[in-house]
Design a protein around this ligand. Structure first.
Ligand code: ZN
Length: 461
């Protein structure tokens, strides 16, 4: 029976992976003319995967295996698999297949429209898409009634057990200290980051970013790096975990830190035992834990002094004209500059969480119907156009509203905790990073996270 369960779950995973490959293609190489057919193809694949995932025979199989699973050691792979399969089935059975198909097709055309609307600074085109996204997001939540907050079903999908109330509590506490800290820093003279805003050849930036990702431990035999509008990583199988980046000629940090971020996600996926491939255990345990890995490599490691003691001489050799007269200390201060800014993905480590809190508030208000798509919020810093305001990233144009952005802040918190725990076990990590050696940290993270995976789907507390 367990063999049959694994076989059925593998088929669902494979259908989803085929859809993810279409996503990746749309976001990288697809010519503009392919958007319509792509959206249709993804929608039908998602519908098929959903129909497979809610077949009564699968439900019966899980029911028959539940008692067996309860007698296995709680943290064993098989017991965890049966628990996770049961949780997923009980969720999916509530969602009609036609909703899955409609939502997928909409997100695909919305993303496609956003890729043109952002450079065109054209929110008017996107407003009806966003309106429909909100309606679909509410519709999705309605399948999980009763809930305390309309965002709760989305939040639970991303970070199981968390709710709008628990996240608001967490953010409220964090905000008190972060706002004071940001204010104190912003009152000081700002760090000079002009050195990052010179002209840097795109191809050389791409190659350097790839070199760094590889040095951290991103395995290119099981991955690749391509260009996109809004960087992301995607797992197609244990042997194929891809990352994407974008390169800006006048911003040295963009490609570099985006690539480190996505490599962090991908290294987490590459670290999962290959035996779990094709099962619901063969993927990251939650969005927050996922972001902890990306943010750890991007910021905690990637903006540290030791890291650049190792990599900066190489970067200086590549961009000799631009960086030969910029000392390491000045470069290190430039990549850690704290300033109020408009774009979340470009924000510094400190103000980034404030971006998330603000966006999370806006999402809750939009879902509640308190804030309309066409309303303008006063945020204390006003974007001069929609490109840097409501169109700034793909989040509101490629999926449901209300379930994802908070995971970045949760990830930031977890990243600091993971790193502190790693240093406690292996104080040498600091020295190793400064000599370009990342194996101890990488191995420790993979081993620690492997334990998180098999203990997922604990009853919510
Ligand atoms: Zn991420």
């Amino acid at each position: 029976m367990l063999v049959e369960l694994k076989q059925r779950l593998r088929e669902i995973t494979d259908l989803n992976a085929a859809g993810d490959l279409l996503n990746w293609d749309q976001a990288t190489y697809m010519p503009q003319g392919g958007a319509g057919a792509h959206g249709r193809q993804r929608a039908i694949l998602n519908r098929l995967a959903h129909e497979r995932a809610v077949e009564p025979a699968l439900g019966e199989l899980i029911d028959r295996l539940t008692r067996y699973g309860e007698n296995l050691p709680y943290d064993s792979d098989d017991a965890s698999l049966i628990r996770v399969a049961r949780r997923d089935f009980q969720k999916k059975i509530k969602i009609p297949s036609d909703h899955v198909e409609r939502a997928t097709a909409h997100f695909s055309s919305s993303y496609d429209a956003w890729t043109r609307a952002r450079p065109g600074n054209d929110f008017a085109t996107m407003a009806p898409y966003l309106e429909r996204t909100l309606n679909l997001s509410r519709e999705y939540s309605s399948y999980f009634e009763p809930y305390n907050h309309v965002a709760d079903p989305h939040i639970d999908d991303a970070d199981e057990g968390m709710t709008a109330a628990s996240i608001s509590g967490l953010f409220g506490e964090l905000k008190l200290q972060l706002v004071a800290l940001a204010r104190a820093i912003c009152e000081q003279p700002a760090a000079d980051d002009a050195s990052l805003r010179q002209t840097f050849a795109k191809a050389a930036q791409f190659d350097f970013a790839l070199h760094v990702a590889k040095s951290l431990g991103y395995d290119l035999k099981r991955g690749r790096l391509d260009l996109t509008h809004h960087p992301f990583s995607t797992r197609l199988s244990a042997g194929d975990v891809r990352i994407t980046t974008r390169v800006s000629e006048n911003d040295l940090g963009d490609a570099l830190f985006s690539t480190l971020h996505e490599a962090g996600h991908a290294m987490y996926e590459q670290g999962i035992s290959a035996e779990l491939d094709g099962s619901p255990l063969g993927q990251g345990v939650s969005a927050g834990v996922h972001e902890s890995q990306s943010r750890l490599w991007e910021n905690v490691v990637g903006r540290s002094r030791g890291f650049w003691e190792y990599f900066y001489p190489r970067l200086q050799r590549i961009f000799e004209e631009q960086l030969s007269r910029v000392p390491l200390g000045a470069f290190h201060r430039a990549i850690n500059k704290v300033a109020r800014s408009l774009i979340r993905t470009d924000a510094d480590e400190l103000t980034y969480n404030l971006h998330i809190m603000l966006r999370f508030d806006l999402e809750l208000k939009m879902l509640e119907g308190q804030l309309r798509v066409t309303d303008r919020a006063d945020l204390g810093i006003a974007p001069s156009d929609d490109r840097d305001g409501c169109l700034q990233d793909a989040h509101w144009y490629s999926g449901y509203i209300g379930g994802r952005l908070q995971s970045y802040a949760i990830g930031n918190i977890l990243s600091a905790q993971f790193y502190a725990a790693a240093l406690k076990m292996h104080p040498d990590i600091l020295h190793e990073i400064a000599t370009g050696e990342f194996g101890t940290l990488h191995t420790w993270l993979a081993a620690s996270l492997r334990r998180t995976i098999s203990s997922s789907a604990r009853p919510a507390r």
